[in-house]
Design a protein. Structure first.
Length: 323
């Protein structure tokens, strides 16, 4: 039961036009202060002040990443339930609709920036990745994580040049790779043909808006994909929609780091993903982290550590490994 003083404080924090609009935006995914100022058409100090009041009341959470900070709706507890209740009741408001249109435009612009980058580097993508991650060790671990499982359908989201379809070719009966970059897919198709991999195909598509009819899949792979999105939790929710009830999501991405240049030069949005964040995103989807491994770069403090996670249903009998 919520104490009266706590409830009054939460209601006061939420009971203002701009703060309600912020709650509604954050209910649909994480945003930076910059994103929110552009969507709301308000100044940075004003938006920051409202976010602080919401955070102090436990309605939103803040996650600092280098020079940026991401805000999202609190996922658990009475404050989270109240925020969702309030947001549901303003969904058809005219101002809310305009905010959502601006939010969609902001996300489209970010995805276009990433697409431009991928188009430029498609031909040398595999070599570029090999510069900063121990690819052979990670790929061996990916194989081990799925070894022994019968995989009728594997879906690789953000497939890029199709490398995961190549690496895992012996484990699945049918593979589908989806990517929004035509240039990347051209490289992927050529590689699959050269390797005589006839049981996999790649498709052009927006992995942020997936058709569940593509599945259901035994395994969904997100290999070096999530750091290109402001809200990885939203992307994981898309991946879950494609899964069989006993399916697994396999994720490879960077651990938290402070290399700001990757945002400007390589279109990264998040500076790595932490274990705590992955646990939270999984729990919000009714999943759990069944496997986690880290692969340091070997380049000292300036190197990038790569992480491997496998997410499964909370009731799954999969054994917890390497946490």
């Amino acid at each position: 039961m919520v104490e009266l003083n706590t409830l009054v404080g939460v209601l006061k924090a939420a009971g203002e036009d701009t703060r309600l609009r912020l709650l509604a935006l954050l209910a649909e995914g994480d945003h930076t202060v910059k994103d929110l100022t552009e969507i709301l058409r308000q100044s940075q100090p004003r938006v920051s002040r409202h976010l602080k009041l919401l955070a102090d009341a436990g309605l939103v959470r803040r996650n600092a990443e280098g020079a940026w900070a991401y805000y999202g709706l609190t996922q658990e507890g009475d404050a989270a339930a109240l925020a969702q209740w309030l947001v549901a009741r303003i969904d058809n408001d005219a101002t809310r609709k305009r905010d959502r249109e601006r939010q969609n435009a902001s996300r489209a612009a970010q995805q276009a920036q990433a697409a431009d980058y991928f188009a430029k580097v498609a031909g040398s993508w595999d070599e570029l990745r090999a510069l900063h991650v121990p690819e052979s060790a990670v790929e061996a671990a990916v194989l081990e994580a799925l070894g022994g499982r019968a995989v009728d359908l594997l879906i690789d989201l953000g497939t890029g040049t199709g490398r995961m379809l190549e690496v895992l070719t012996g484990l699945y009966k049918r593979g589908i790779g989806i990517d929004s970059s035509r240039e990347m897919l051209a490289v992927a198709r050529a590689k699959l043909i050269a390797a005589s991999i006839g049981h996999a195909q790649v498709r052009l598509g927006d992995i942020a808006e997936l058709d569940p009819a593509i599945g259901p899949a035994d395994v969904v792979v997100l290999h070096q994909v999530l750091h290109y999105f402001d809200d990885p939790g939203r992307m994981l929710a898309q991946a879950k929609r494609l899964l069989k009830p006993d399916g697994s999501i396999l994720i490879v991405d960077f651990a938290p780091h402070d290399h700001e240049f990757l945002r400007a030069e390589q279109a990264h949005r998040r500076l790595g993903l932490s274990s705590a964040q992955m646990d939270g995103w999984a729990a919000a989807l009714g999943l759990r982290v069944a496997l986690e491994r880290e692969f340091p770069s070997g380049s000292g403090a300036d190197g990038l550590t790569v992480c491997l996670w496998r997410l499964t249903a909370t009731g799954s009998s999969n054994t917890q490994l390497d946490r």
